[in-house]
Design a protein around this ligand. Structure first.
Ligand SMILES: [Fe+2]
Length: 186
């Protein structure tokens, strides 16, 4: 299930709030300027090409582009047989910010976003049909787990500007990782 857990950073071992209610997740995240919504399932073959995936979600992608000023969209996919999976996991595993929004729609699989607001960390397990849009400048990290399996649509205002600026904080290492929070993909 898509799940939001909220941690106080002074007690990082246990979440003080846990919800699997999409409307509640959306509301709690919207309070911090994060967009969360669920898009309807589209019939797509498991080996659908990126252009077919973008075509299937053309209405939703066009709406987001128009509302938020995104210029481009692409598709990223990762599977457990990828020989670089450990390096890919490590890449965004520490707290960082971007000068671009981080927008992901999960066509398949799952991933765990951690968003740091004040003294709290919101851990959002995103799964198939979930859209999350993290505003620029938000302190966050992403854990895809040891056996990453997902396909995501990404939206950008400027893909070249989408680089990680690491905060140097060690908070990511103090919270439970994917293995403790995500379980198996559904
Ligand atoms: Fe990021």
């Amino acid at each position: 299930m898509t799940t939001l857990r909220i941690f106080d950073q002074s007690q990082p071992e246990t979440a003080h709030t846990v919800t699997e209610n999409p409307a509640e997740i959306s509301k709690l995240l919207a309070h911090h300027g994060v967009r969360f919504e669920q898009w309807p399932t589209r019939d797509l073959p498991a080996d659908a090409a990126p252009e077919d995936i973008l075509q299937a979600y053309d209405d939703e992608v066009a709406t987001l582009k128009a509302e938020c000023g995104f210029m481009t969209a692409d598709v990223v996919s990762l599977n457990p047989d990828n020989p670089q999976k450990d390096a890919f996991r490590q890449k965004f595993l520490d707290e960082h910010i971007h000068s671009e929004d981080e927008v992901r729609f999960f066509v398949r699989g799952q991933g765990l976003f951690y968003l740091h607001f004040g003294n709290e960390v919101f851990a959002v397990l995103c799964q198939k049909n979930d859209l999350i849009s993290v505003p620029d400048g938000t302190r966050h990290w992403f854990d895809m787990g040891p056996e990453p399996e997902f396909t995501c649509i990404r939206l950008f205002t400027n893909p070249e500007g989408w680089v990680a600026d690491f905060t140097g904080e060690d908070i990511a290492g103090r919270l439970p990782r994917y293995e403790a929070l995500a379980g198996g993909a559904e």
